[in-house]
Design a protein around this ligand. Structure first.
Ligand code: 26Q
Length: 809
């Protein structure tokens, strides 16, 4: 293979040459977009060289391979992280500097792939980075959505959704792999017949075909040889046109078929932690799952021939939540109908190959499909699901010595005309894991209690993590420099060694430098915000940040109400003072989630109410960061002083934003929920603000059904005033009724106990106000948080998955 060098001079030449050849431009005349493409394609050339070498090596590999299936991969931009992982920052930095290229402007030209909603999708992306960096052979598999998550605009104080056509200017990182194209079949009929030897066979006909075309994106490991792939499947109609219909004059029918196929990979559904039984969504799930498994089987046969008994030793299929759960019946189908294995043999292979991670216990997020839809759309898959269910129920009836035991209906794969994906995944996989210690416990004791009693060894909890390469080294270069100057570079490959920073919290000079880095990032964020949406924030103030999807259980309302209470104090007490704070919110609401959208309106209205008051303005500022996405998170996390993690205890499976803030030195204000508990365990009670009910109290209170928000309303006068301000014209003078549904929801139902936890939250916030003014104390807390964050690197998470679940070499 010819190799090219990528030293500084070669990089400069390559950039200039590409501009000349592709654009007919000199550097001086080229646009930033053109320069971006020239730089990105130089980096791509460098990756390609590594990728090819790695693939060569991989071909000869006889080891086990992981397929990580996820309906979302929220990767964010690639250019800088790719340079970083190839440890070529210095070369590119100098090359661009010497060419007079402003790298910030150029990097900002990269379209951001927003192929995910939130935590689940971002976790998948962090996992890919860690898998490659730990040199574990893995392929991520998903859908190549033409439109990612909508872009959010704020117009007249409300969220407006705009389509995200991220592929418009081309994607520099993907490579089509036409030779791996395959077909996915929908609908049609199944005929059963018997072969001469008595074997039952199934013949599927009259189905609709959709072609699946893979596009691979390289996933470069940090400072190693490994370049894994993220495989994104695109849907296409197999025929240019249906000529029968076309010739018979039914032009529209012909065109419709064509379009229907392509629509499968058209758009990412924008619901996060919420299930909707849309047929197109089921089509999407089957589409990428089937294509992936066909490929996995093909690759296995290429490597090992037809001895499927070793399949589970050579392949592991990890499903990121239940969305790719059809991998289970699909693998059964391929092994039986295509490869000729019997049921028992196929089932045995599947049960030793598929592993499942659960990400939520919220009932409205659990995936269920109407049996009728499944039967009509995927008739053969439906037959297999029924047989899986029949055998499962028979085993359970025997186990319980009673065919009518109520547990059987709870555990069944099909019951009450619905297919229950979680029951399928738990009963047919070899591993079920939760994403934090608390979440794992809840799965065992509550959600999957019955299953756990029968097969306790299947269940584990592996706490989520984040890649410190993107979330610290790339997002916060000043702090990264300080850390390396202080403790050397060992922490980069062993992030738990960030603990070596702990003694330096006693070093005033170090604290000062840490503070300077924070200050730098706060200024950078202020400039970014001003350029992006015209808002002015003062880096002198405390940045108090809540950034995550908008959801009632995440309780942005608790934060909003607290700001209203502060406003009330300022108005009512002329002697009131506090440490000036900038409250920053970033959140997208699912377009159909009415209350969530109202909460966005409320936050923006609070900001305006404060702006109208000269004295309130001195202490408070509320900004709503538009279109919160991975790139803005990369700006925001390093700038935050306080990290708001307010979920009702027991509802946030883990949270990962909490870890990003912590790693960048923000102090957490949080409930004892998900990974907050483990952050508390790491930093100790003096370096975190914990408030609110514990998860068992929440559970009991919910079960009792005795909770009365009105009682709290009546007894807490500050809170009552704030609530009243929502509807009496104080908050929305143009129309006092604008936000009345929020008022009613809080007062007459309050399903997530906002009012119940308010008092405790407000007290904790008083402590923050006081502590922040004690600079030494606050900086010690800050340093402690970064120093203790190493355990939340996804490298640790992936090592645990590998030791306990995958066993890759
Ligand atoms: C399922 C079926 C049909 C339609 C939609 C869905 C669906 C889509 C997205 C269900 C759930 C999601 C997203 C869930 C999610 O992001 N969960 C988060 O996962 C993170 C990573 O483990 C955790 O840190 C968060 O606590 C959890 O909320």
């Amino acid at each position: 293979m010819p190799t090219t060098r990528f030293d500084k001079e070669s990089i400069k030449e390559a950039i200039i040459g590409k501009l000349q050849r592709y654009n007919g431009k000199t550097l001086e005349d080229a646009t930033n977009q053109q320069i971006y493409h020239a730089v990105a394609s130089t980096v791509r050339d460098q990756i390609m060289q590594k990728w090819m070498a790695y693939k060569e090596k991989e071909k000869k590999e006889q080891g086990k391979k992981l397929y990580y299936l996820s309906v979302e991969f929220l990767t964010g931009r690639s250019l800088y992280c790719n340079i970083l992982n190839m440890t070529s920052q210095e070369n590119y930095r100098l090359a661009m500097k010497e060419l007079g290229i402003d790298y910030r402007k150029v990097f900002a030209e990269e379209p951001e792939p927003g192929l995910g909603n939130g935590g689940l999708g971002r976790l998948a992306a962090c996992f890919m980075d860690s898998l490659a960096s730990l040199s574990l052979p893995a392929m991520g598999c998903t859908i190549r959505y033409e439109y990612g998550l909508f872009r959010q605009k704020i117009i007249d104080g409300r969220q407006v959704e705009v389509p995200d056509s991220w592929l418009e200017n081309g994607n520099a990182w993907e490579m089509p792999v036409p030779e791996d194209t395959c077909e996915v079949h929908y609908g049609g009929k199944i005929e059963t017949y018997f072969e001469e030897n008595g074997n039952m066979r199934f013949y599927h006909h009259d189905y609709q075909t959709v072609e699946a075309i893979p596009y691979d994106m390289p996933v470069v490991g940090y400072d190693c040889e490994t370049v894994n792939s993220l495989r994104m499947w695109r849907a296409r109609s197999p025929k240019a046109l249906d000529f029968d219909s076309f010739n018979s004059g039914d032009y529209f029918k012909a065109m419709k078929e064509q379009e229907l196929a392509a629509v499968i990979s058209k758009v990412l559904y924008p619901e996060d932690n919420h299930y909707e039984g849309k047929e197109l969504r089921l089509k999407q799930h089957y589409f990428f799952t089937s294509a992936t498994l066909q490929y996995a089987l093909k690759d296995f046969k290429r490597r090992f021939g037809n001895d499927f008994s070793i399949f589970p030793d050579k392949v592991t299929i990890h499903i990121n939540d239940t969305h790719p759960g059809l991998a289970i019946p699909e693998l059964m189908r391929l092994l039986m109908d295509e490869e000729g294995l019997g049921w028992d043999e196929a089932e045995n292979i599947v049960r030793r190959t598929v592993a499942y991670t659960n990400h939520t216990i919220m009932p409205e997020a659990l995936e269920k499909w109407p049996e009728k839809m499944m039967r009509e759309l995927l008739p053969r898959i439906y037959m297999i699901l029924q047989e899986i269910n029949r055998r499962l129920c028979a085993r359970l009836a025997e186990e319980y010595h009673n065919g009518f035991d109520p547990r059987i209906a709870r555990m069944a794969v099909t019951a009450y005309d619905m297919v229950h994906m979680a029951n399928l995944c738990v009963s047919m996989s070899y591993s079920v894991n939760g994403v934090s210690q608390l979440h794992g416990e809840i799965l065992k004791e509550d959600t999957f209690r019955d299953f756990c009693k029968l097969e306790p060894e299947k269940f584990t909890a592996i706490t989520n993590g984040i890649t410190h390469r993107r979330w610290l080294m790339s997002a916060n270069r000043m702090l990264t420099g300080l850390i390396t100057d202080t403790i050397g570079t060992g922490w980069i490959k062993e992030p738990e060694r960030l603990r070596e920073l702990l003694p330096y919290r006693d070093d005033a000079a170090f604290r000062e430098k840490f503070d300077q880095a924070k200050r730098h990032n706060k200024e950078r964020f202020a400039a970014f915000l001003k350029a992006r949406q015209g808002d002015i924030v003062d880096p002198e103030t405390m940045y108090d940040v809540q950034a995550k999807r908008l959801h009632e259980y995440k309780r942005q309302l608790l934060n909003a109400l607290h700001i209203m209470v502060l406003y009330g104090r300022i108005k009512d007490d002329p002697n009131f003072t506090m440490q000036p704070r900038t409250f920053i919110f970033g959140a997208k609401a699912s377009p159909a989630y009415y209350i969530a959208k109202q909460i966005i309106r409320m936050i923006i209205s609070i900001g305006r109410m404060i702006e109208r008051d000269e004295r309130a303005r001195k202490y408070l500022k509320v900004v709503f960061l538009e279109n919160y996405d991975v790139s803005s998170a990369e700006m925001l996390m390093p700038a935050a002083d306080l990290s708001e993690q307010l979920s009702t205890a027991g509802y946030e499976a883990s949270g990962t934003g909490n870890m990003k803030f912590m790693m960048n030195g923000a102090v957490t204000m949080g409930t004892m929920d998900g990974a907050n508990i483990e952050i508390y365990d790491q930093v100790g009670q003096d370096n975190i603000y914990i408030f609110g009910m514990r998860s068992n109290t929440v559970r009991d209170l919910k079960q009792e059904g005795s909770y009365s928000p009105t009682h709290i309303y009546e007894t807490n006068s500050e809170l009552r005033k704030a609530l009243t301000a929502i509807i009496d014209g104080t908050l929305t003078p143009e129309n006092p009724a604008t936000l009345q549904d929020i008022y009613h929801s809080l007062l007459f139902s309050d399903p997530y106990f906002v009012l119940k936890d308010f008092g405790s939250y407000s007290m904790a916030q008083r402590r923050v106000d006081k502590d922040y003014q004690d600079r030494e104390k606050w900086l010690r807390m800050t340093v402690t948080n970064t120093a203790c964050s190493g355990i939340f690197s996804s490298d640790r998470t992936i090592r645990e998955y590998n030791e306990r679940i995958w066993h890759l070499k």
